[in-house]
Design a binder for this molecule. Structure first.
Ligand SMILES: [Zn+2]
Ligand SMILES: [Zn+2]
Ligand SMILES: [Zn+2]
Length: 364
């Protein structure tokens, strides 16, 4: 993730809406993937200080302050590229739901920042009913027990189905997420992690399923035609496979090849985004700069793709060693509680190849 400079020189971050120094309103221009300061020319049209063009703020920006993305003035949509994908939003009249919705949309925009960087297709279900992407932010249905405590009548399961990503809005509550993390014996559980994971299922359908990549996928991850329901039952009954660390990136990845792919995909997103942030802050370790995992403008040879992955992985190992060391000094849990086995490394390399080769195809 990049930081940006305001016209006044102040440092701006991805989710900022106003510059604390010059007080100009801010918005992210999705096609440029950068934050700009705006001078408000009149209510609906804002002038970008960055490129001198006019934009409209997303309706969710002006109405509910849950978004900070802009819409080009010749685009007739009321909602930005990200909010357009939200099919079901929480009932914001209820309790803490507006705050939860804000956090969900923010995590979604972080996911989209990466998918835009990788040039992956992003179409809403209105634009492409067959292969479009949508999000439903749903809430458990609760029942009032004789006016006392609420009990859950129907749970919402976070997951992906045919382009629709459902997220249980309680995942936006820090305490509940930590509680779930403990219960599920996980070492890492974040909101952005959920978005990245579920997007993995969506892009598996776009980039792997019924393509010439399927054989290589099966060699690395196993045969996804394995009965999913049975695998799920087994996982929750018996727990993860013993010594899962030797083969999988997380315990959950051992459940089924689809989950293995989604976990690996999410992990790749964590790596690229964190490395970009480190690079943006000019982080050097032992006098060597952490490089930005770059999506190249030119067609990449297999050798170049392989080399860029080696660089990415080496930088990642150097950086995470430091991150964990810093956290331990502060008495915090490891920032990066993972060990990457050879098998996981090969799967991460495959994700890197898939994204780079997809970009090659776009250019040829
Ligand atoms: Zn400023
Ligand atoms: Zn928006
Ligand atoms: Zn999954």
């Amino acid at each position: 993730m990049l930081t940006f400079a305001c016209q006044c020189g102040n440092e701006l971050h991805f989710s900022n809406t106003q510059c604390v120094q010059c007080e100009l309103l801010l918005g992210l221009i999705p096609d440029e993937q950068r934050i700009s300061a705006f001078t408000e020319t009149h209510q609906r049209e804002w002038l970008s200080v960055y490129n001198g063009k006019h934009y409209r703020p997303c309706k969710n920006y002006t109405q509910h302050q849950v978004c900070n993305w802009m819409i080009a003035s010749d685009d007739t949509n009321e909602y930005c590229k990200s909010c357009r994908l939200t099919e079901v939003r929480p009932d914001i009249e209820k309790g803490d739901n507006l705050r939860r919705w804000f956090l969900l949309e923010q995590a979604k925009r972080r996911l989209l920042y990466s998918t835009i960087k990788f040039n992956l297709p992003i179409n809403s279900k209105t634009e492409n009913p067959e292969a479009g992407l949508g999000f439903a932010f749903l809430e458990d249905i609760e029942e009032d027990n004789y006016g006392n405590e609420l009990t859950v009548k129907q749970y919402v399961v976070t997951g992906h189905n045919n382009g629709l990503i459902t997220i249980n809005i309680k995942e936006a509550d820090h305490a509940r997420r930590i509680d779930m993390r403990e219960k599920m014996n996980e070492s890492y559980r974040t909101l952005v992690g959920h978005f990245r994971h579920e997007s993995g299922h969506y892009y598996w359908d776009r980039l792997i399923n019924e393509t010439d990549k399927i054989d290589e996928f099966r060699e690395l991850f196993g045969d996804e035609r394995l009965n999913y329901e049975v695998a799920l039952d087994m996982y929750y009954k018996n727990g993860p496979i013993e010594n899962w660390q030797n083969t999988w990136i997380s315990a959950y990845a051992s459940m089924h090849p689809w989950e293995d792919w989604a976990e690996t995909w999410a992990h790749y997103f964590h790596m690229v985004d964190t490395l970009e942030t480190a690079n943006n802050f000019d982080v050097s370790i032992s006098q060597t700069v952490i490089s930005n995992p770059y999506v190249h403008d030119e067609i990449q040879t297999d050798y170049q793709i392989e080399e860029s992955f080696t660089q990415l992985f080496n930088d990642w190992c150097r950086l995470t060693r430091v991150l964990n060391g810093l956290n331990r000094s502060m008495g915090l849990d490891d920032a990066y509680p993972f060990v990457i086995s050879i098998s996981s490394l090969n799967k991460l390399r495959f994700v890197h190849q898939i994204i780079n080769k997809f970009n090659n195809d776009l250019k040829s």
